[in-house]
Design a protein around this ligand. Structure first.
Ligand code: SAM
Length: 288
């Protein structure tokens, strides 16, 4: 068997042969540590039972490791210059489909229905393009697809935000939005030296799995995101001032907000980062 695509010597040879310069604008940082890729596949517990959606296969380093374990891999790559490369590097793997598309624009359920049999567990595994980590995550979390779990690499700093608890600096709207439905586990850190070219910051592998349903659910996800976003609009301001920002300062609005906060036993003078996910759910439902 040939050496792994992720092997640093092979990666460099592939990039040279195709005259490729990694595109910074597309977040192209290729992993060149086969062991880290194997650890990602292990963290996602990929087996023959699984179909995997990958975002940004690049030159195929992670795709290859996934293909060795999964039933099928469906990978979305925006850069058409990589298609010939992927054709060659992934030629030994017959269980891979590459789609040349922007993951933020593609109709994911449609492409999945066209390319996967619907009989396998669906997982997402990816080394994400960092400039669009948040929109990709939001898109996946709001997707109607039955995603069993999401195992993705992102900047360490963003991973810490996903995983943050109330009252800490990284805790914010992203933490709350993700933790509404998901358990967040940071599996391991990945140093910047593991990439070619090297990014400026270290990374981490994050695993998102579905948590048990909360006792109280928001009456609408959109309303929930709106409340959370609005409450964190100015982190240094009080919850009250942020609510004024969302709802205005009319006297009857103030009276209504005061009543809601009293009912929920939330002090108007707290900073938004003190509120738990459940607080935001209850706040959303009462504010309707
Ligand atoms: N999977 C490879 C690896 O681990 O070495 C490459 C990962 S690299 C961090 C991110 C990849 O995402 C690049 O190949 C880039 O071209 C691709 N990409 C960037 N924006 C994208 C988008 N909107 N849709 C799909 N792929 C995208």
């Amino acid at each position: 068997q040939e050496i792994d695509i992720a092997d640093p010597v092979r990666t460099r040879a592939i990039l040279e042969r195709y005259g490729l310069n990694a595109k910074k604008s597309l977040g192209q940082n290729f992993l060149t540590r086969p062991q880290i890729l194997k650890d990602i596949v292990a963290a996602a517990d990929i087996s023959e039972e699984d179909d995997v959606i990958e975002v940004g296969p690049g030159i195929g380093a992670l795709t290859e490791q996934l293909a060795r374990h999964a039933h099928h891999v469906l990978a979305f790559e925006i850069d058409e210059n990589l298609l010939d490369v992927l054709d060659e590097t992934l030629d030994p793997y017959k269980n891979v489909t590459i789609i040349n598309a922007d993951i933020l624009k593609v109709n994911l359920p449609k492409v999945v229905a066209e390319n996967l049999d619907g009989k396998h567990t669906l997982k997402v595994v990816a080394n994400l393009p960092y400039y669009i980590t948040t929109p990709i995550l939001k898109g996946l979390l709001q997707s109607p697809l039955p995603l069993d779990q999401i195992v993705v690499m992102m900047q360490k700093e963003v991973a810490d935000r996903l995983n943050a608890v109330p009252g800490t600096k990284p805790y914010g709207s992203l933490s709350v939005a993700v933790q509404l439905d998901m358990n967040v586990d940071i599996e391991f850190d990945v140093p910047k030296e593991a990439f070619m070219p090297r990014p400026k910051v270290d990374s981490a592998i994050v695993k998102l799995t579905h948590r048990e349903p909360r006792e109280v659910q928001p009456y609408s996800k959109d309303a929930f995101y709106k409340t959370v976003h609005g409450c964190f609009a100015h982190r240094r301001k009080t919850l009250w001032n942020n609510l004024m920002g969302i709802y205005g300062k009319e006297e009857d609005t103030k009276a209504r907000l005061t009543a809601v906060l009293e009912k929920l036993d939330i002090k108007p003078g707290v900073r938004p980062e003190r509120l738990t996910v459940d607080d935001f759910v209850r706040l959303t439902n009462e504010l309707d």
